[in-house]
Every structure is written in C-alpha cells, then in structure tokens.
Design a protein around this ligand. Structure first.
Ligand SMILES: Cc1cc2nc3c(=O)[nH]c(=O)nc-3n(C[C@H](O)[C@H](O)[C@H](O)COP(=O)(O)OP(=O)(O)OC[C@H]3O[C@@H](n4cnc5c(N)ncnc54)[C@H](O)[C@@H]3O)c2cc1C
Length: 477
C-alpha cells in the first residue's frame, strides 16, 4: 500500500527535521524518513544500544530537536533506508514516489514535494595503508564516540583537517585514549587567515578552541602543516608515518616521524551526499570549497526539478547552523506554496543565513579537497576500495582512452562496488581532470541510479511463492 503526504523529507538531521517541523506546523501532511533509529543526523546522533550519551552540548541540542520533532504533527519513520526515488520525467509525470526498506520490508510513499536532506559523506584521500583494519574516518570516529561511547583504539593517531580534528581528539581524550599525535593538514596561518570569519560566531570559535586545548593539555604532540605518508602493519595498523605538506597538501621534503599506535583516525573533509538529486536529474554544479558536486538551488532551496528541494550538507557542506536554517526555509516554502503566509519568517531566515555564511564557509574551506594531495597518491595505492582499483590502473585507463568518469568506470570498475563511488569518486574525478587538463565538469559525475543504498534483492521483493508468478503467454510466432 502507498501512503500519501503533502511532502516527504529524506533525512532527519538538523536540515530535514527542521524542514518537516516547519511544514507540518503550517498544516502540511509531512513524512520524514531516516535510516537511523532516531532524529539528529550526524552532528546530533542519538546514543544507541544502552549507551546513555555524554550529556554534552551536542547531546542536549539533539534531544531538543528530537523532542520538537516528536511534538510536531509530522509523521516520523525511523530505521527506513530509502533506496529508490522516482519523480517528474523519471517514471512519473508529477510528484514523487519514495521506496524505503524498514522493519516490515519495503514501504512506498508519495507526495507532490520532496525534501532531500541526506547530509554528507566523509572524504579520505588515499595513502598507502589507508585500507588497513584500524584506520577509520574522523567523521566515523564521532559516530563511535557519540552513539556508542566507544573508542577506535587505545593509542591513536588523529589526522586530517577541519574542525572534526579537534572534536575527535577531545572526545578521545575524554574517553581515556592516549593520543600518539594530532596531525593537521592546515598550517597555523590557514587558521589565522580565517580568524575574522570565525570570530563572527564567538561562542562556536571559543568552543573549538577549548576542544583543541583539551587534547593539547593532555600532552598530545601536535603537528601543523603535516599529513600522513603511510600507515603500516600486517593484519592491522601498527605504525603511522607523517611528514610535512605544503599549502596545497602536497608532501614536501622534511623530517618524517613515525608513531606506534593501534588505530589511525583520519579524514580530509566531507563531500555532499547528493545521490537523490542526481538520480532526479536536477542540475548540479561543482564547488570545491563546499564539498564538491551540489544541486543548483534558489533562495527557497528549490532545485531545478519541480517540487524537489535540497537542504543541508547534501546541497553544499556548510555545517549544522546553515543546515538547520535551510531546512526551516524549505519547509516554509512548501507551506507557502500551499497557501500559508510565511513571508516575515522567511525574511528573518534569509537574514540569518547571510549572517551565518562567513563562519560556515571558513570551516568548509578548511575541509575542501586539495588537488595536490590527490596528485600525490602513489601508483600502487588503492583508490576504489570496493573494487581494488589503484591509481596506476586509473592512469592506465586514461592513457588507453578513457575521457570521462563513466568511461573510467567501464574500463576499470572504479566506482562499481557496493558504495557506488561514494568514497572514491572525488579522488577519481580529480585524478582524471588533472591528467586530461580539463575541468571537473568536463570529467562529469557517475550517473545517479537506484538502489541508493546497498539492499538485498530478497528484502525488496519480500516473500513469494514461485507458483504465484504469472507466466506470460508466449508471443505468436
Ligand atoms: C559521519 C559524519 C559525522 C559528523 N560529525 C560531526 C560532528 O561531530 N560535529 C559537527 O559539527 N559536524 C559533524 N558532521 C557534519 C554534520 O553532519 C553537518 O554539518 C550537519 O549535521 C548537517 O546536517 P544535515 O541535516 O544536512 O545532514 P546530517 O546530519 O548528515 O543528516 C542526514 C540524515 O540523512 C539520513 N539519510 C541519508 N541518506 C539516507 C537514505 N538513503 N535513507 C534514509 N536516511 C538517509 C542520515 O541517516 C542522516 O540522519 C559529521 C558529518 C558526517 C558525515
């Protein structure tokens, strides 16, 4: 059976939850789906499995969002993995149909409006040893800490870039983990240059400084303008070698240092999770400073496809504050489209978005992909970990004539595995663009296709009896 709503929201992070609350407050029938067991998204993940949570500011903000969503008339459906969306021009004349797998199998929903609030993916620029057990993402470590109260190891190297570096280092220290080293790709001047923008939100800047200070006070050695050269170990990571990098992230001559450890937590920023808007063939553009590919949206976060909205990190990585505001703005636009008077509230949000932008953009730019870091990937290093495709194989495919990212996939199977290119596309596209000396737009993106998430065929089809399958009459010869 198909349930019908005025609007469907995919993702109950800050962006999606606010969109649902705003639209539902004005009488719209809204359904919000998320594959997690509760709202909050990545930044405000709810604790699970008996872990009570840390009771810190993020935990309290998440509880507040969860309470407001629960009190709103929006229908919430958690534990639902959205794997298929059809919309205008793609299987339908108007409106959207969303299919999600939940505890009782597949569920279908329909609505004239769809808000995509699917957040971001973590970027790890490949280096030798990055696929060893014990190497995990910075963002992934926040999930371990927030949802499960678990640490990735007992002696850990924390490396990469952006604000998550301090968040994770402080979280690990609080969990009693020994930090072998903190390795920041950014130089001190990178932070200094962004200071005016960061001081525009003094409370957040202070919080970041306190988190960074907590790890330093615990005695963790700190290396600015450094990157991971390689992770070493037989069965799992046992040693991490770091060295200096230039302003573009490329390795430069200088002292290498090695640290024994049982885990490496490393991340090089976030990329937009825009699979649904790509699947819907909305227009996208590439913006390196905001997480790469993103749907083109107007002031109310409408994409170029009628009825399709995109908000939060999935429409450009800009952090929680911008995500919450964008979600609210899109929810109000849906309400306005159906008659509600929301002009004053929209104007207030538009002003708040302008005020919040410098801080968000400064943070996002620290996490942006640095092409020289990608160019430094060694020939033998695996880029696509699902299909074990190395940089050397990508280069060879380009030499053999691959001219866009789809051709690269055909030549090498890069991006063809269960993650559907979520972890390798950013590096693979960049390698191609550099080798061919063309723009990222020219290299293009892999075509969005269902399933959006890996799903077992049996889960989609459900239980059936072979005898019930109708056998078509043979065509006349
Ligand atoms: C792993 C990770 C950890 C992060 N940790 C932090 C942190 O500790 N602090 C911080 O400031 N920022 C963190 N960020 C950045 C942070 O996510 C954003 O700045 C902010 O939360 C964006 O909000 P959002 O609503 O756009 O997306 P999110 O908060 O990412 O919410 C997106 C939601 O969509 C759901 N979703 C996506 N696809 C599907 C699907 N197919 N079916 C069903 N549900 C789906 C996800 O489960 C998720 O709940 C993290 C990002 C990532 C990727």
């Amino acid at each position: 059976m198909t349930a019908r709503f005025d609007a469907i929201v995919i993702g109950a992070g800050p962006a999606g939850a606010e969109a649902a609350i705003a639209a539902a407050r004005h009488g719209r029938r809204v359904a919000v789906l998320d594959e997690q067991p509760a709202a909050g998204g990545q930044v405000w993940r709810a604790p699970v499995g008996g872990f009570a949570g840390k009771g810190d500011a993020d935990h309290r903000a998440g509880d507040d969002l969860r309470e407001r969503l629960a009190a709103s008339p929006a229908t919430t459906q958690f534990g639902r993995r959205v794997w298929s969306v059809v919309g205008p021009g793609l299987g339908r004349d108007t409106g959207f149909r969303v299919d999600a797998l939940g505890p009782d199998g597949n569920e279908s929903l329909e609505a004239p409006a769809l808000v995509v609030a699917t957040g971001a993916h973590e970027r790890v620029t490949p280096f030798p040893g990055w696929t060893l057990p014990g190497v995990i993402g910075l963002a992934a470590a926040t999930v371990l800490l927030k949802s499960h109260g678990a640490a990735p190891g007992a002696r850990v190297v924390v490396a990469g870039c952006g604000p998550l570096l301090a968040v994770v280092a402080a979280g690990l220290v609080a969990a009693g983990v020994e930090i072998a080293a903190i390795v920041d790709r950014a130089a001190r001047r990178d932070w200094a240059m962004r200071l005016p923008a960061l001081l525009g939100r003094p409370s957040l800047a202070l919080r970041g400084a306190m988190l960074a200070g907590r790890a330093r006070l615990a005695g963790a050695p700190f290396f600015a303008a450094h990157g991971v050269r390689r992770a070493e170990g037989e069965e799992a990571v046992r040693r991490v070698v770091i060295g200096p990098v230039d302003a573009q992230g490329a390795p430069i001559a200088g002292q290498e240092r090695a640290f024994d450890c049982d885990a490496l937590v490393v991340g090089h920023g976030l990329t937009t999770a825009c699979e649904v808007t790509r699947l819907m063939r909305a227009e996208h553009r590439y913006d390196r400073l905001r997480g790469g590919w993103m749907p083109v949206v107007d002031q109310a976060f409408r994409t170029t496809v009628e009825g399709l909205y995109a908000v939060g990190d999935g429409a450009g990585v800009r952090g929680q504050i911008m995500a919450s505001l964008a979600g609210r703005r899109a929810g109000l636009a849906i309400a306005a489209g159906q008659g509600a008077d929301v002009a004053q509230e929209c104007a207030r949000i538009d002003r708040a978005l302008v005020r919040a932008a410098p801080f968000s953009d400064a943070m996002a730019s620290l996490m942006a992909q640095r092409p020289a870091e990608v160019a430094a990937i060694a020939a033998g290093t695996v880029v696509c970990r699902c299909e074990d495709v190395t940089r050397g194989e990508i280069d060879a495919a380009i030499t053999d004539g691959a001219r866009d990212i789809d051709q690269l996939k055909h030549f090498t199977r890069c991006g063809m595995g269960p993650c559907q290119g979520r972890s390798c596309s950013d590096a693979a596209e960049e390698l191609m663009a550099a080798a061919l000396n063309v723009s990222r737009e020219t290299v293009g993106r892999w075509t969005g296709r269902p399933p959006l998430r890996p799903v077992a065929l049996g889960e989609m089809i459900g239980a059936f009896d072979y005898a019930d399958i109708p056998i078509p009459t043979p065509a006349p010869l």
